[in-house]
Design a protein around this ligand. Structure first.
Ligand SMILES: [Zn+2]
Length: 112
């Protein structure tokens, strides 16, 4: 298993399976192997797949260390890095929370 995958998995467990930014429950492919209950027996929304999120982006010299990696859902991760000027983790979390309060984040498209 890749180093980043190991870190991602450890972070996912430490975060109670919830995304660093939006706090929604995530899933990953081999969850049962780490004793993680598979909450998504039916449809697994691509948007909530667990990904390794680099707090300092790799493009800015961010490294693959436990200090720089958290577990975030695919949606929060890609949304942050799509921007030309990548938000700081704190700014992105605040942005996500604000959008969620307005019902304008990904929770609108999934059934939880
Ligand atoms: Zn998220």
């Amino acid at each position: 298993m890749k180093k980043t995958s190991k870190i991602r998995r450890a972070k996912m467990l430490a975060q109670g399976g919830r995304c660093y930014y939006c706090d929604l429950p995530m899933w990953e492919h081999e969850a049962e192997k780490v004793g993680w209950p598979d909450l998504w027996t039916n449809e697994k929304p691509k948007t909530l797949q667990c990904t390794a999120e680099h707090l300092v982006p790799r493009s800015d010299g961010g490294v693959d260390t436990p200090e720089n990696i958290v577990a975030a859902c695919w949606f929060c991760n890609t949304t942050r890095h799509k921007r030309k000027q990548v938000r700081s983790p704190q700014e992105h979390r605040a942005h996500v929370k604000k959008r969620m309060r307005k019902g304008r984040w990904l929770q609108a498209s999934i059934n939880l």
